[in-house]
Design a protein around this ligand. Structure first.
Ligand code: HEM
Length: 248
């Protein structure tokens, strides 16, 4: 006989809700402990959502390896979902700006050299998405899939909506890329608010280091879009000039 599934048991809430252990607990005031609890929850939930984001992106890369139409349609939804989750993570950073400065300065001494820079899930996300100077794995996986089906990225971008699912993937990639940048910029904002010009626990210069790393991914795609924009604008300009000279 099946044992009854309960909300608490199914979600393993006993384990999940016992994983927050502020290091300030034995040293500091109650409000510092409460603030560190908030800080831990923000990081833990970020890591949980990153787990989902990486699973979703893995399914997307799988779809790019087969290029089956139904899987590609699903990939569009997944890419938008990842973009939405990144937006949520950005909102979470905005909430973290409510971390009282003096409490953070107080419990930070317990963190040693622990830093978000050591997040292996985040490094994996960066490897997949890439940045302005380094292509990740996601875009090339799509471009290779397109080539295997006889197309090119240039033709898809050029065709726009007429390229159907492939066009929707391009749009979804850009949605995700912008969401990723938004998170990075939000992280810089948060950091500058609570650290000012002081260095990070991971040993970086802090704000300046993070600002340098906040760049847009999918450079190849943006360049192709720029070419189409230039061509359409030039053609429209020439057509308008033609109309003007005929009416003069
Ligand atoms: C008060 C809150 C926070 C502060 C002051 C802060 C500060 C910093 C600083 C200064 C760095 C640069 C590396 C270093 O020297 O430590 C960094 C890196 C990083 N942090 Fe945060 N952070 C905060 C919250 C978060 C949250 C909630 C997350 C989400 C998990 C996060 C994820 C990361 C990641 C992934 C990096 C590496 C970024 C990269 O290499 O581009 N941080 N953080």
């Amino acid at each position: 006989m099946d044992t009854e599934v309960s909300y608490h048991g199914y979600l393993r809430l006993g384990e999940l809700l016992s994983l927050q252990h502020p290091l300030s607990e034995t040293h500091d005031t109650e409000h510092t402990v409460l603030s560190e609890h908030f800080f831990i929850i923000c990081h833990q939930t970020c890591e949980l959502w990153l787990k989902q984001i990486l699973a979703d992106l893995s399914a997307v890369e799988e779809a790019f390896s087969t290029m089956r139409p139904a899987e590609l349609e699903r990939a569009v939804d997944l890419l938008y979902r990842v973009g939405d989750l990144l937006r949520m993570l950005h909102e979470q950073l905005v909430a973290l700006e409510r971390l009282p400065l003096e409490d953070f300065a107080d419990f930070r001494r317990h963190l040693g050299s622990a830093s978000g820079a050591q997040s292996s899930q985040f490094r994996e996300l960066d490897r997949i998405i890439g940045n302005a100077s380094r292509s990740g794995t996601l875009y090339p996986a799509f471009a290779r899939g397109v080539e295997r089906t006889g197309g090119t990225m240039a033709k898809i971008v050029e065709a726009g909506v007429a390229a159907g699912t492939e066009h929707r993937i391009v749009e979804a990639l850009l949605h995700l890329g912008n969401g990723y940048l938004r998170w990075k910029v939000g992280h810089v904002g948060l950091t500058s608010r609570v650290l000012g010009e002081t260095p990070g626990t991971g040993g970086s210069s802090g704000v300046t280091y993070l600002l340098d790393r906040a760049t847009l991914p999918f450079t190849e795609l943006r360049l192709l879009r720029g070419e189409v924009h230039r061509r359409v604008a030039t053609a429209e300009g020439a057509a308008a000039d033609g109309r003007d000279s005929r009416t003069e």
